[in-house]
Design a binder for this molecule. Structure first.
Ligand SMILES: Cc1cc2nc3c(=O)[nH]c(=O)nc-3n(C[C@H](O)[C@H](O)[C@H](O)COP(=O)(O)OP(=O)(O)OC[C@H]3O[C@@H](n4cnc5c(N)ncnc54)[C@H](O)[C@@H]3O)c2cc1C
Length: 340
């Protein structure tokens, strides 16, 4: 780990200034010399591995505005401050009863100890667990642009089959993001040029030719809030996560679904897939298959076939397609049985 300066400001403006102080040049925020740290469960890990080497680390845990630590739940939906801990959200009674898909994604992630530290602002920005990215002796286009992708012809069992490019097949590892993208969440951002709000679905960028640029955030931009709109689909919602071990493990495949039924027919459905894609993955084509139809094993499998119709597999990860489909079918059928 290289030496770094440490700041712990108490207002967002100073935090942004401190993170930007060395980042005059435009470039991917993940490679900028100034970096935020919140729970630190991802940042400190990657600093120890020398994957991330910030010169300035800006600890945002002392920001004085109490709203950054609060969850607001009302008829408009949920508003999460960026410093809310995963376990705090997981324990919230409204999250549990009205937004079970969010509860599931939090409860099934990491361990309770990690969730006590990890923040909701930091969670969606966690970086891939691709071993070639984490081990700096390997070529990796995400870590070192232009050096090549070692996973392409290497051990790629955990890698993505959707949203891949010739430059990168690293899977997006998080769970919470699948609930956020399925429920049409938005993200409030504060930065050197003021505040802006974007759809959560716009936050992450496909790898394409620049896998090192993972989000649309500019250096110095701080996530302040995440909003999840209320809707008739949130109660009948579910997240299924398939992994090598039943606890303390990242997803091999996962599916977040939310359904609004009109009698037997699907009035609205939202589907997101995890473990199988390079970014949080909304499966809108699969949603279109189900709308207006009765939801049963056959229509659910029809949707799953569409969801994976563009999958590109490699030597070791082809198993993710059949398992991913079954994960989605199970999530849909279990959600259907829930009370609205
Ligand atoms: C052993 C282990 C197992 C895990 N298992 C899972 C799992 O199963 N599922 C899962 O989803 N996750 C899992 N995780 C990942 C964990 O959930 C994330 O590390 C955590 O959520 C990140 O949040 P943090 O607050 O600790 O982020 P930090 O480590 O503090 O930051 C992460 C990144 O976000 C940036 N950042 C943080 N806050 C903000 C903000 N407000 N605005 C802008 N940028 C910000 C930082 O600069 C950094 O780049 C696991 C982690 C470990 C170590």
């Amino acid at each position: 780990m290289q030496p770094f300066a440490y700041h712990r400001p108490d207002d967002a403006g100073s935090a942004i200034d401190a993170a930007r102080s060395k980042s005059a040049q435009n470039g991917p925020p993940a490679q900028a010399p100034g970096q935020f740290i919140s729970g630190g469960t991802n940042m400190s890990d990657y600093m120890k591995l020398n994957v991330m080497q910030p010169e300035v680390l800006v600890d945002i845990n002392r920001l004085a505005d109490p709203r950054y630590r609060e969850i607001r739940a009302d008829e408009r939906g949920l508003r999460f401050g960026a410093l809310v801990r995963m376990s705090q959200a997981e324990d919230h009674p409204v999250v549990k009863s009205q937004y079970p898909v969010i509860y599931d994604t939090l409860h099934l992630a990491a361990t309770r100890q990690i969730r006590n530290m990890a923040s909701l602002g930091g969670n969606p920005l966690q970086r891939t667990r691709c071993e070639y990215f984490r081990e700096t002796s390997w070529p990796c286009n995400k870590r070192n642009p232009g050096s090549g992708c070692s996973a392409m012809n290497g051990l790629n069992r955990q890698h993505a089959v959707l949203g891949t490019s010739e430059q990168c097949i690293a899977a997006y590892p998080g769970d919470f993001a699948q609930a956020l993208i399925a429920l049409d969440a938005t993200v409030e951002i504060m930065g050197p040029n003021g505040a802006r709000t974007i759809a959560f679905s716009e936050l992450h960028r496909l790898p394409a030719d620049t896998p090192n640029i993972e989000t649309v955030l500019e250096p110095g931009e701080l996530i302040t809030f995440i909003d999840v709109p209320a809707g008739p689909w949130t109660r009948r919602s579910r997240y299924i996560k398939v992994r090598d071990r039943q606890s303390y493990q990242f997803a091999l495949t996962s599916a977040a679904v939310a359904i609004d039924l009109d009698g037997k027919a699907v009035r609205d459905v939202r589907i997101a897939l995890g473990g199988v894609a390079t970014v949080p993955w909304r499966a809108r084509d699969a949603e279109a298959v189900l709308k207006g139809k009765a939801l049963d094993e056959s229509t659910a499998m029809e949707a799953a076939n569409v969801a994976f119709s563009t999958a590109q597999t490699r030597e070791h990860n082809a198993f993710k397609v059949p398992i991913g489909k079954q994960t989605l079918v199970r999530a849909l059928l279990e959600a259907k049985l829930m009370e609205a």
